[in-house]
Design a protein around this ligand. Structure first.
Ligand code: CU
Length: 150
C-alpha cells in the first residue's frame, strides 16, 4: 500500500512539472460600459490536458447576472444570442470567445467598466478547479456595436 502511494505521489509530481499541461486562458478583455448596461467578455481558452472538460458556468461581481452566450445569424439575417449551459473543451482544443460568436455576457452592470479598468471573472469547469481571470476593459473607440449585441 505504501509503495502504491509513493508511486502515485511520484506521478503527481511528474505531472505537475510537465509544463503547460493545463487549461490556459489568454487575453481576457471586456467592452467598456456604464452601470445598468450590459457588456461582454472575450478570451481564448486552451485545454492542454489529455482529458476533455467543459465550461459549465461563469461568475463575476461586476454584474447582476453572468451567462455564456453564442451569437449567430438566424434565417432572417438577424443576430441572435443563445445562452449556453456548457462549452465543450476537447483535449488539446482551443476555443475562442470573440465578438460575433461565443462570449460571456455581463447583464446589468453594478459598476462602470471604464477603459483601463480590471475586474475578476471566474470560470467553473465540470472537472478542473475554478479559474479566476483578470479581465481588462477596453474602450469602444472605432468599434461597431449595434445595441448591446456583441
Ligand atoms: Cu450575449
Amino acid at each position: 500500500m505504501k509503495r502504491i502511494l509513493i508511486s502515485l505521489l511520484a506521478i503527481a509530481l511528474l505531472t505537475a512539472c510537465a509544463g503547460p499541461r493545463a487549461i490556459e486562458v489568454k487575453n481576457p478583455w471586456a467592452r467598456a460600459a456604464l452601470t445598468g448596461e450590459n457588456s461582454a467578455v472575450y478570451f481564448e481558452i486552451r485545454n492542454g490536458l489529455s482529458e476533455a472538460d467543459e465550461v459549465i458556468g461563469v461568475s463575476s461581481e461586476v454584474a447582476e447576472a453572468v451567462e455564456v452566450h453564442f451569437s449567430s445569424l438566424n434565417a432572417d439575417g438577424v443576430m441572435q444570442m443563445k445562452r449556453q449551459d456548457s462549452v465543450p473543451l476537447e483535449a488539446g482544443a482551443e476555443v475562442t470567445f470573440a465578438p460575433g460568436g461565443l462570449h460571456v455576457m455581463l447583464i446589468g452592470l453594478v459598476r462602470d467598466l471604464n477603459a483601463g479598468d480590471s475586474f475578476s471573472l471566474t470560470l467553473h469547469f465540470k472537472h478542473h478547479a475554478d479559474l479566476t481571470l483578470a479581465v481588462t476593459v477596453q474602450g469602444m473607440e472605432g468599434m461597431d456595436m449595434p445595441g448591446h449585441a456583441p
